[in-house]
Ligand binder design. Structure first.
Ligand SMILES: Cc1ncc(COP(=O)(O)O)c(C=O)c1O
Length: 358
C-alpha cells in the first residue's frame, strides 16, 4: 500500500524525471555534451585548490565576473551566475513569471522553458512552428500581440531543431513589447559564432543565457550565466536564491573561461564532424535529417521512435527519442561525438534503417 505522503500541485504530477538516461555500456550521444573527458585536474592544480577557502560563503565571484564581462563586452554587474543554465533560467522564471503570468514559446523548443513556467506557477502558451523550424517575424509578432506574454523565450540555435532564429525576429518582439522579458537561450551559439550580446544596450528587456556545458566541455561543473541590463540583474539579485554557486565552481569556471583556444578548437571540430555526420545521414533511406548549426542533429524517422531508440542501444549507441517533446513526434536526435563515436552512430543508423546507395 502506498503510504500517505505529501503530493506536488496537480499540474506538476504529469512531469517525469528530466534528463537523458545514462546507459553504462553505450556511447552517449543523447545529451549534447562534449564527448571528450575534461579532468578537473587539468585546470586546478594543488596550489589553485589551496587558494579556495571553504569556511566562508561565496563572495561576489570577482575573478570570473571580470573575465566574462570582458569576453561578453558588458559590465560586471550585468552577470547573474547559477548552477548550470537550468538553474539560472529557473530562477529567472521564478522572479519574472509565476501566478497570473504567461510564457510564450515557439515549439518545438527546449523542453525546460515550458517546465520552468509551470513550476513557477505560470501559464504556458505554445505557438506551434513545427518542422522544419523557421520562426518568421510576422508570426512571432502576431503571437506576441495575441498573448501579451510576461516572458517570451527563444532558443538560438534551437534545441532540438539545431536552427538559428534571425536576430531581427527576436529584437522586433523585444522592441514592440518592452514589458515582456525576452529570454534568448544561447547554449549553443558559440558553434555558429552568433550572439545577441551587442544588442543588449538597446534592449533592456532582453536576457541572454549562456552555459559552460557545451563547447566549454564542462556539463558536470554546472555553471550557467545570464547577461542582462543592470536594473534587471539587480532585481534578480534581490529576489533569487543567494549563494547558489560554490567557490570551487567559481574557481574552475575562471580557469575554463580563460581557455579560449580550446573553445575555438572544439567549435572547428564539431562543425566539421557535424557536416560529415549530416552527409552520412542524408544517404540513409527512410529518415529526414534537419540541417543544424549546433552540436546535434534532429531527424525524422516516423513510426515507433521508442523501438528505434532501443535498436540503437542494441548497437551500443544511446541517442535521444524526441517523440515525447511537443512538436517532435516521430523524431530522434543525435549529438555529435568523437570521430569514432560518430562512425559508430553512422554504422548503427545504416543497420537500424535501410541504407540506399548515394
Ligand atoms: C537550449 C538549452 N538550454 C539550456 C540547457 C541546460 O544546460 P545547463 O543547465 O547544463 O547549463 C540545455 C542543455 O541541454 C539546452 O539545450
Amino acid at each position: 500500500m502506498t503510504p500517505r505522503i505529501p503530493r506536488p500541485r496537480d499540474e506538476l504530477r504529469v512531469f517525469t524525471q528530466y534528463g537523458a538516461r545514462q546507459t553504462l555500456d553505450a556511447i552517449r550521444l543523447n545529451a549534447n555534451e562534449w564527448p571528450e573527458a575534461t579532468p578537473a585536474g587539468t585546470y586546478l592544480t594543488q596550489a589553485d585548490l589551496d587558494r579556495v577557502v571553504l569556511n566562508r560563503y561565496p563572495g561576489a565571484a570577482a575573478e570570473i565576473r571580470q573575465i566574462l564581462s570582458k569576453q561578453y563586452g558588458v559590465q560586471p554587474d550585468q552577470l547573474f551566475f547559477g548552477n548550470g543554465s537550468n538553474d539560472t533560467i529557473m530562477q529567472l522564471f521564478l522572479v519574472f513569471g509565476g501566478h497570473g503570468r504567461a510564457t510564450l514559446l515557439f515549439q518545438p523548443t527546449y523542453n525546460l522553458h515550458g517546465r520552468f513556467t509551470v513550476m513557477a506557477g505560470g501559464t504556458l502558451v505554445n505557438e506551434m512552428v513545427g518542422l522544419p523550424y523557421r520562426v518568421e517575424k510576422e508570426r512571432a509578432l502576431a503571437a506576441a500581440a495575441r498573448v501579451r506574454p510576461d516572458i517570451a523565450a527563444f532558443c538560438t540555435p534551437n534545441n532540438p531543431t539545431g536552427t538559428l532564429i534571425d536576430d531581427d525576429v527576436i529584437l522586433a518582439v523585444a522592441e514592440r513589447h518592452p514589458e515582456t522579458l525576452v529570454l534568448v537561450d544561447e547554449a549553443y551559439s558559440d558553434i555558429p559564432g552568433r550572439t545577441l550580446l551587442p544588442a543588449l544596450p538597446h534592449h533592456p528587456n532582453v536576457v541572454i543565457s549562456k552555459t559552460f556545458s557545451k563547447v566549454h566541455a564542462a556539463a558536470g561543473l554546472r555553471f550557467g550565466i545570464l547577461v542582462m541590463h543592470p536594473a534587471l540583474a539587480e532585481q534578480m539579485r534581490q529576489v533569487a536564491v543567494s549563494f547558489n554557486v560554490g567557490v570551487l565552481t567559481y574557481a574552475l569556471a575562471a580557469k575554463i573561461a580563460r581557455d579560449e583556444d580550446a573553445v575555438r578548437d572544439r567549435v572547428a571540430f564539431v562543425r566539421r564532424e557535424r557536416e560529415r555526420v549530416f552527409d552520412g545521414m542524408r544517404k540513409v533511406h527512410g529518415i529526414e535529417p534537419f540541417p543544424s548549426e549546433a552540436n546535434f542533429i534532429l531527424f525524422r524517422a516516423g513510426g515507433d521512435t521508442a523501438a528505434a531508440h532501443q535498436r540503437f542501444l542494441q548497437h551500443g549507441v544511446a541517442i535521444r527519442d524526441m517523440s515525447p517533446w511537443t512538436g517532435c513526434e516521430g523524431c530522434l536526435r543525435v549529438s555529435i561525438g568523437t570521430r569514432e563515436e560518430n562512425d559508430r552512430f553512422l554504422g548503427a543508423l545504416a543497420a537500424v534503417f535501410a541504407a540506399t546507395p548515394a
